[in-house]
Design a protein around this ligand. Structure first.
Ligand code: AGP
Length: 609
C-alpha cells in the first residue's frame, strides 16, 4: 500500500534519491505522493494528488534540495486522496515532517486533546495527528519526542521523521508496518520496502516491531521504543537489480508471467532429490516430525495466495493423506477457531505483510499451534514472525496482479506435499515420478508461453464482453477462481469462478451468446464430466474458451477457442493451466486500455484491514 523512503547524507542532495525511491515503491499502489527536505534550517515540502511524475514535475517547477529528507506514496484510508492529505504531514510549527504507513486507531481522541491545547489541523489524516504529537513532545531531541509520542499511540505504524532544527537526523520506527534501514557508502536510508533502496545499497537492517532507528551522516543506532540499545544483524539483499526493471516488456505483469519458466525452477532449486523421490525444505527441517504427525493442517491466506492454499489442500490431502482446511485469514482471525495442539497452521503470502494473514498467523500461534510460512519477500514480517517456513524465491513481484508468486507457491506446496507424503505413504517409485514431473514444469511453461500470440488473438476477440464465467473441477477449480480474479482486477470485467458442477445450481441462468465461459478441461479424472458441462454451456448458446491437454480433439469440437497445455501429473496441472489464464487476462486488459501494473483501487500489499 503506502511507501516510505528517507535518506540522510553528509552533503548529497537527497531529492533525486527520494523521487527515485518513490518510483520503486509505486507498484505497491497509491493515490498521492510527497517529499519533505530539510534545507538550510527550514523544511521544504512538495506534495501532489496523483502520480510521482506529477510530483517530479512540481519539484522541477519549484526546486528544493538538501541532505536530509523523507518521501511517501499514500493510499488513502483517512481522508480523500488530495494534496493536503498527502504525506509527509507537517506539525503546527512547520518544522517537523512525518511520513506514515499504517493506521493510528486512537487518532480522534489524540486530535481532540491536541486541539484543546491549541493545535490546528489542516488535513483529515491520522498522520497529521502524529506529527503534532511529536511537536507537542519536542524539547530539542527528535528521537525523544518520537518515542514520547508513540507511547500514546494505539495502532500500526512505520514512520520516518525529520526536523528542521536537527538537520542531519532521520528517525524511523515501526510497529506492525515494515521498515528497513539501508546502509550506503555516504548515506543512510529508511524505507518501507527494499525495492526503494537497491539502487543505493544491498546492506540492510530489518527493524522489528516496537523498535526505532536514528540515522545521521556518521552512522545509525537502533533501540527499542523504551530506549534500550539493540544490536541488529546486517543482512544482504540478494535479488537481482533486473527485477526492478521491465527489461523490454511493456508491463511488469507480462515480464513476470514470462519469468515463470525460471521462477518455478528457483522455487524448488536444491529442494528435490531425484534418487530418493523426495523433497527437502530446509526451513521446515525442525518441524518435519510435527508435520508427519499432524492431525490437521490449516492453510491461511488472502486473494491469490488463498487460491494457492486451495490447491495446496487438494495436493496435501491427495498425496500425504492429512486432513487440510483452508481459511480466509480475515475470517479466521476474528472467529473462535478450534485448534488442537497437533494442528499446524501454514500461512501463504507473497508480500509477507498482508495484515489479515499476519494477524491470523499470530492468532494461530496464540492458540498454541505451530505456524509455518510460505513467503516470497525475504525479511518480511510473516517470514520473521513465523515458527519456520519456506521462501518461494520468485524475486520481487511488482505487478499488482500476482502471477509468478502464485506458481512458485504451488511448486513449494507440491514439494511440501511430497515431503510429508514420503514420510507417510508415498513410495520411492511414486516419489521419483513426481520429482521428474516437477522438473519438467519449467520447459512446459516455456511451451505455453510460446502460444502467447494466439492467446493475444483470442483476447482481442473477447475483450469487449462485460461478464465472464470460469469453470474447473478438482485441482482446476481453484484455477478457475484465480483466472476470474486476474481478469477482474486488471480489466475491471465482472468474472466469476465456479466448480463446473455447481453451474447447474445457479450460474447456468446467466449463460447466453454474450457470456464467454472459460473452461479448464485437461484430460484428468474429471474429463468426461467437464465435457458434459461444456455441452450444457453450448446448448445455451454460450461461447467457450477451453484450456485442454495437448492432442485433445473432443474439446476442440465443442469449444470456440482452444488453448493447449502440456500433460503432467494431475496435482501439477494448475501450475500449467493458470499460465494461459494470466496471459488472457493481461491481453484483455491491454486491449481495453487498462493500467495493467497498477489497477485502480488496488494495492500490492494490503497492510490495513
Ligand atoms: C493478487 O493478484 C492480488 N492482488 C491479491 O489478491 C493478493 O494475492 C492478496 O492481497 C494477498 O497478498 P499476499 O500474497 O501478499 O499476502
Amino acid at each position: 500500500m503506502c511507501g516510505i523512503i528517507g535518506c540522510v547524507s553528509r552533503d548529497r542532495d537527497v531529492v533525486p534519491v527520494l523521487l527515485e525511491g518513490l518510483k520503486r515503491v509505486e507498484y505497491r499502489g497509491y493515490d498521492s505522493a510527497g517529499i519533505a527536505v530539510v534545507e538550510g534550517g527550514s523544511l521544504g515540502v512538495r506534495r501532489v494528488k496523483g502520480k510521482i511524475d506529477g510530483l517530479s514535475a512540481l519539484v522541477e517547477r519549484h526546486p528544493l534540495a538538501g541532505p536530509t529528507g523523507i518521501g511517501h506514496t499514500r493510499w488513502a484510508t483517512h481522508g480523500e486522496p488530495s494534496e493536503r492529505n498527502a504525506h509527509p504531514q507537517i506539525d503546527g510549527s512547520g518544522r517537523i515532517a512525518l511520513a506514515h504507513n499504517g493506521i493510528v486507531e486512537n487518532y480522534r481522541a489524540l486530535r481532540r486533546n491536541l486541539e484543546a491545547k491549541g493545535h490546528v489541523f489542516t488535513s483529515e489524516t491520522d498522520t497529521e495527528v502524529l506529527a503534532h504529537l511529536v511537536q507537542e513532545n519536542y524539547e530539542g531531541n527528535l528521537e525523544a519526542a518520537v518515542r514520547a509520542a508513540l507511547a500514546l499511540v494505539r495502532g500500526a505504524y512505520g514512520i520516518a521523521v525529520v526536523c528542521a532544527d536537527e538537520p542531519g537526523k532521520l528517525v524511523g520506527a515501526r510497529n506492525g508496518s515494515p521498515l528497513v534501514v539501508g546502509i550506503g557508502s555516504d548515506s543512510y536510508f529508511v524505507a518501507s520496502d527494499v525495492a526503494a533502496l537497491v539502487r543505493h545499497t544491498r546492506d540492510v537492517v530489518y527493524l522489528d516491531d516496537l523498535e526505532m532507528v536514528v540515522a545521521t551522516p556518521d552512522g545509525f543506532s537502533t533501540t527499542t521504543l523504551e530506549n534500550e540499545l539493540i544490536t541488529k544483524d546486517v543482512e544482504t539483499i540478494t535479488w537481482n537489480i533486473d527485477t526492478i526493471e521491465k527489461n523490454g516488456f511493456p508491463h511488469f505483469m507480462l515480464k513476470e508471467i514470462f519469468e515463470q519458466e525460471r521462477t518455478v525452477q528457483d522455487a524448488v532449486r536444491g529442494r528435490l532429490i531425484e534418487a530418493a523421490g523426495d523433497a527437502i525444505l530446509g526451513g521446515l527441517r525442525e518441524h518435519r516430525r510435527a508435520l508427519e504427525k499432524a492431525e490437521r493442517i490449516i492453510l491461511l491466506a488472502c486473494g491469490t495466495s488463498w487460491h494457492s492454499a486451495l490447491i495446496g489442500e487438494y495436493m496435501i490431502e491427495d498425496l500425504a493423506r492429512v486432513s487440510v482446511e483452508v481459511e480466509y485469514a480475515s475470517e479466521f482471525r476474528y472467529r473462535n477457531p478450534v485448534l488442537d495442539p497437533d494442528d499446524i497452521a501454514i500461512v501463504i503470502s507473497q508480500s509477507g505483510e498482508t495484515i489479515d494473514t499476519l494477524a491470523a498467523m499470530s492468532e494461530a500461534q496464540r492458540r498454541g499451534a505451530i505456524a509455518l510460512g510460505i513467503v516470497n519477500v525475504v525479511g518480511s514480517t510473516i517470514a520473521r514472525q513465523s515458527d519456520g517456513g519456506v521462501y518461494t524465491h520468485a524475486g520481487l513481484e511488482i505487478g499488482v496482479a500476482s502471477t509468478k508468486a502464485f506458481t512458485s507457491q504451488l511448486m513449494v506446496l507440491a514439494a511440501k506435499a511430497l515431503m510429508v507424503g514420503r514420510s507417510r505413504n508415498i513410495s520411492v517409485t511414486k516419489g521419483r515420478r513426481i520429482v521428474k514431473a516437477m522438473q519438467q514444469i519449467p520447459s512446459q511453461i516455456g511451451e505455453i508461453l510460446g502460444r502467447d500470440e494466439s492467446i493475444r488473438d483470442i483476447a482481442a476477440r473477447y475483450a469487449q464482453h462485460s461478464n465472464f464465467l470460469y469453470l474447473g473441477r478438482g485441482y482446476n477449480f481453484p484455477v478457475a477462481l484465480e483466472g476470474a480474479l486476474k481478469l477482474k482486477e486488471i480489466s475491471y470485467i465482472h468474472a466469476e469462478g465456479y466448480p463446473a458442477a455447481e453451474m447447474k445450481h445457479g450460474p447456468i441462468a446467466l449463460i447466453d451468446e454474450h457470456m464467454p465461459v472459460v473452461v479448464i478441461a485437461p484430460q484428468d479424472a474429471f474429463y468426461e464430466k467437464i465435457l458434459s458441462n461444456m455441452q450444457e454451456v453450448k446448448a445455451r448458446g454460450g461461447r467457450i474458451i477451453a484450456i485442454t491437454s495437448e492432442g485433445d480433439d473432443q474439446v476442440e469440437k465443442m469449444a470456440d477457442e482452444v488453448i493447449e497445455i502440456p500433460r503432467t501429473l494431475p496435482h501439477l496441472t494448475p501450475i500449467l493451466s493458470v499460465i494461459p489464464l494470466q496471459l488472457l487476462a493481461y491481453h484483455i486488459a491491454v486491449e481495453r486500455g487498462c493500467h495493467v501494473d497498477q489497477p485502480r483501487n488496488l494495492a500490492k500489499s494490503v497492510t490495513v484491514e
